[in-house]
Design a protein around this ligand. Structure first.
Ligand code: ZN
Length: 305
């Protein structure tokens, strides 16, 4: 079968050409990364990162990571609040071009995670922090707090804090499930029509997109923060189709965040932000800009950098 011998190389050439065309066309189809400013709307500067004297991530380290990532503003909520106060007070923060928006964390220590919703000393601490304020101005919000059992949204301190947040126009940052969103909103004087609530992870347990959509429609002040959200990102690190549709339906209602809840998140801070830039780049530029910056900036009154 000598005749086949010189057909084989030709077949290989064709296959190679086809592969090159395929790679080139998918590269062309892939959008460029978003390059504008980022607002990290869910950041912790906890004591294990830096306790004021020592730690693996001193202020110079975290500020350098923000600067390298194009992060120009952060919601700071730290356990204990000292971490946020440190970032708010440092001249190096301003020098790095980072605006700090402080939130009152409900946790003095890890023990507070599980009982804050019924602990009056937490409510008193929140009032004292609000009265004290920070070097970067008054606290703008309350949280992050967690509810691992949504029924605890009916705890006496949870109820009081929701009413307080609406009365004082404070933004709430809540790591809760979809059931707790309804319960928390019900505790506000407006029945959830005025409260501005950032839903950390937009349902870390994976509430269905249709349910998220329904909650967005019901509560005009509900904003979804997208770290750790299951099912958000698909192939090539682009938004999955259902999430892309949801962000296009509510372009003013989503924000991004790092959620540096453990030091490992600080170690990967730059790549987390680069991951956001990739899928943001696949959105229409005006929507990308809103999710990356404008939505959080508008919610929290931060000027464009
Ligand atoms: Zn968090």
């Amino acid at each position: 079968m000598a005749g086949f011998r010189h057909f084989w190389p030709l077949a290989l050439v064709w296959r190679a050409l086809a592969a090159i065309v395929l790679i080139a066309s998918s590269a062309l189809a892939q959008a460029a990364d978003y390059t504008g400013p980022l607002f990290d709307a869910h950041l912790h500067y906890n004591e294990e990162a830096w306790d004021g004297n020592t730690g693996p991530h001193p202020p110079a380290d975290v500020l350098a990571r923000m600067q390298a990532s194009g992060v120009r503003a952060i919601v700071a909520n730290s356990r204990p609040n000292a971490g946020s106060l440190t970032l708010a007070a440092l001249p190096q923060t301003r020098a790095a071009g980072v605006t700090v928006v402080p939130f009152v964390r409900l946790y003095r220590s890890r023990a507070d995670y599980t009982g804050w919703f019924a602990d009056d000393s937490i409510y008193d601490m929140v009032l004292a922090e609000l009265a004290r304020g920070t070097a970067a101005g008054p606290y703008r919000g309350i949280g992050e707090f967690h509810l691992y059992d949504s029924a605890n949204a009916n705890g006496p301190v949870a109820k009081k804090l929701m009413a307080l947040a609406e009365q004082r126009d404070l933004v709430v940052l809540a790591h809760v499930d979809d059931v707790a969103i309804d319960l928390l909103m019900a505790h506000t004087p407006s029945q959830g029509q005025k409260l501005r609530l950032v839903w950390a992870h937009t349902g870390i347990g994976g509430a269905p997109v249709e349910r998220v959509d329904a909650l967005m429609a019901r509560y005009p002040g509900l904003v979804g923060e997208l770290s750790y959200r299951p099912g958000l990102v698909c192939d090539d690190n682009q938004l999955c189709p259902a999430w892309r549709m949801l962000l296009l339906k509510y372009p003013t209602r989503f924000v991004i965040g790092s959620d540096t809840w453990v030091n490992q998140r600080w170690q990967h801070y730059e790549s987390l932000m680069q991951g956001y830039r990739q899928w943001l780049g696949g959105l229409p530029p005006d929507v990308a800009r809103k999710v990356a910056w404008d939505n959080a900036a508008g919610l929290l009154g931060v000027a464009r950098p």
